[in-house]
Design a protein around this ligand. Structure first.
Ligand SMILES: [Zn+2]
Ligand SMILES: [Zn+2]
Length: 256
């Protein structure tokens, strides 16, 4: 399995992009950097996009992807929970902000929404996909994706602490998990449903206690303005857990 990180940060600039990951060139998770991060040929290879939640930094490229697939004369499948689909239909693909590509063109619309439910596994393009509820400010799922040869990645999406229920249901080789802000923002992290380095340490310790191992860990959704200081706090976490933790970055390819 190859995981291509298109966007690894929570704010955007020339050098930092919103959340987007592509598995083996065919399965995308979140759309914060899908059109800006992939060529037209790469976009046309996509079989499906899985959305984790409705926040702008995770769905931003959906209207652009709709326009591209309209002009490619192809259909892209977008998997979401019902609340995310409702928000996209009401606010983005509403024929006001941009065309409703779920109806255009009428005979073969550019976007086909598919509904997923937390806890219900589905097979998409040969991959087993398990959406699981995580703890964020709006309804959010993380995804465990299992390739046909049995490799597993879990992408948490944005989440706060207390992920023990998730850990019980997954067994990833690779965990892509968020760390958004520094330890000094502990209260705000709790309130907004995000992790700090110390909260990450507690979640990884909980994973180890429940599963008896730690997977490879790659971080995402960092605030780039504080990334250097976050790195210093994460090195203390590495020492405490005696494990290596990598920072995701735009363009990174991870093989498992
Ligand atoms: Zn969010
Ligand atoms: Zn986010």
């Amino acid at each position: 399995m190859n995981i291509h990180i298109l966007g690894a940060h929570n704010i955007e600039s020339k050098n930092s992009r919103y959340a987007s990951f592509v598995i083996d060139g065919v399965l995308a998770v979140d759309a914060g950097a899908l059109t800006s991060g992939l060529s037209f040929a790469e976009q046309q290879r996509l079989k499906a996009v899985l959305l984790t939640h409705q926040h702008y930094d995770h769905i931003r490229d959906i209207p652009a992807l709709g326009m591209n697939f309209y002009l490619f004369e192809k259909t892209i499948e977008i998997y979401t929970t019902p609340p995310v689909r409702e928000v996209l239909s009401a606010h983005l693909l509403n024929d006001v902000l941009y065309p409703d590509f779920t109806k255009k063109p009428p005979d073969k619309p550019a976007i086909l929404f598919k509904t997923i439910e937390a806890g219900q596994p589905v097979t998409i393009a040969g991959y087993e996909v398990l959406p699981l509820t995580v703890n964020h400010a709006v309804p959010t799922v993380g995804y465990q994706i299992t390739s046909p040869d049995g490799k597993k990645v879990f992408i948490t999406s944005d989440t706060g602490p207390n992920l023990a229920d998730c850990w019980q249901q997954i067994s990833p080789d690779l965990l892509i998990i968020e760390v958004t802000m520094l330890d000094k923002w502990h209260s705000f992290a709790h309130q907004s449903g995000h992790l700090t380095p110390t909260l990450l340490r507690q979640e990884l310790a909980s994973f180890h206690k429940i599963k008896g191992y730690l997977p490879q860990v790659v971080l995402k959704h960092m605030n780039p303005l504080d990334e250097k200081a976050i790195k210093a706090e994460i090195s203390a976490v590495e020492k405490a857990l005696n494990t290596k933790i990598r920072f995701g970055r735009e363009g990174m390819q991870i093989k498992i």
